[in-house]
Design a protein around this ligand. Structure first.
Ligand SMILES: Nc1ncnc2c1ncn2[C@@H]1O[C@H](COP(=O)(O)OP(=O)(O)OP(=O)(O)O)[C@@H](O)[C@H]1O
Ligand SMILES: N[C@@H](CCO)C(=O)O
Length: 327
């Protein structure tokens, strides 16, 4: 029986949560220009019973028990949604290829969540001509991301799923709107190889902000959104400043301030923390500058662990306007 059902694999890309200027409400999907698949892949195949296989470079960083993996929880949530729709359920083997470091600020858990739920949806579309709509899918992705990070924020799952630059809107029927992204820009992503948990990085944030911070935040985000719609790159990146998180998180990131100072002095358009860190992102529209920033970051931002190993990496990326896709 299982041989007649088609196996499905989905890739879900890395993303920059917050993009500095939009804490919890702005995110951008990115892809390396050299074709590296920076993201997770989940495959779904019919089998005699439900199971999860975890493999890939960063599999060793995940919980030892497959049932503690967020991908397993995605299967349970998806099956529950099928039951609510009176749909028959197949037993399946899920395979997660964990290509993303955990606690990286690259939206690692979002990659697993989006790849798992989208792979399940594609599997049912292919083999049962049944699928959930995009709104329902995003809602489920948000639920899973909240389960992992302790709070509901869509700034990784939305760009990871839909691609491009996503702005979260306070309308539960829509959740996110696509903003024009700057497709000629390069986003140099430097993951230093240390882990910062999203929860820990949220715990250092203040409960309250001053009136002047609130005004600056609102003005910067409004200016950014307006500039995106006018394709005004200079103005957009001139306000990519983090009032909410960076001042309180930068001490968690060795070498971050030094890197910001250097990259700014070399004329980058913007530099900031990707998501909750420790990955740094730096923006330029000049490919040669991107290459030189990448070399500098490799030398100055990556950390060697006490084991003598460096697990960090640098990728020159552009906006990924496709988002999650079947491969
Ligand atoms: N498939 C999975 N991918 C990532 N993390 C997972 C997965 N399954 C379980 N986890 C656990 O969820 C937690 C994820 O933590 P956290 O939200 O800090 O990481 P993250 O999503 O990788 O962060 P970021 O969004 O900054 O990249 C870790 O404790 C990790 O072990
Ligand atoms: N907006 C979230 C993103 C986590 O990747 C935060 O900064 O805490």
């Amino acid at each position: 029986m299982s041989e007649s059902k088609q196996k499905v694999s989905v890739f879900a890309p890395a993303s920059i949560g917050n993009v500095s200027v939009g804490f919890d409400v702005l995110g951008l999907a990115v892809k390396p220009i050299d074709g590296t698949l920076l993201g997770d892949v989940v495959s779904v195949a019919a089998s005699e019973s439900n199971s999860l296989i975890v493999q890939g470079e960063f599999a060793k960083k995940l919980p030892g028990e497959p049932t503690d993996n967020i991908v397993w929880h995605c299967l349970q949530l998806f099956n529950q949604a099928l039951v609510e729709m009176n749909q028959a359920i197949d037993t399946v083997t899920l395979t997660l290829e964990k290509k993303m470091p955990v606690g990286s600020g690259l939206g690692s858990s979002a990659c697993s969540v989006v790849a798992a739920l989208e792979a399940l949806n594609c599997y049912y579309q292919t083999n049962h001509q049944f699928g959930f709509d995009k709104e329902k899918m995003l809602f489920m992705m948000g639920q899973m991301e909240a389960k992992i990070s302790g709070s509901l924020h869509y700034d990784n799952v939305a760009p990871c799923y839909f691609g491009g630059m996503q702005l979260m809107v306070p309308d539960s029927n829509i959740i996110t709107r696509t903003l024009p992204s700057f497709d000629d820009c390069y986003f140099v992503m430097a993951y230093p190889g240390i882990e910062v948990s999203t929860k820990a990085a949220r715990d250092v944030l203040p409960e309250r902000y001053s009136r002047s911070d609130v005004i600056t935040f609102g003005q910067n985000l409004a200016t950014f959104v307006d500039a995106c719609h006018r394709h005004d790159k200079q103005q957009a990146f001139s306000v990519v400043t983090d009032i909410v998180a960076q001042p309180y998180r930068k001490h968690l990131l060795p070498g971050f301030e030094n890197a910001c100072d250097y990259l700014s002095s070399q004329g980058c358009l913007a530099v900031g923390i990707s998501g909750s860190g420790p990955t740094l992102f730096c923006v330029t529209d000049d490919k040669e500058k991107a290459q030189s920033f990448a070399l500098w970051l490799e030398e100055h931002y990556l950390q060697t662990l006490s084991s003598g190993i460096c697990e960090g990496f640098v990728h020159i990326c552009q906006a990924d306007i496709q988002g999650a896709c079947q491969i």
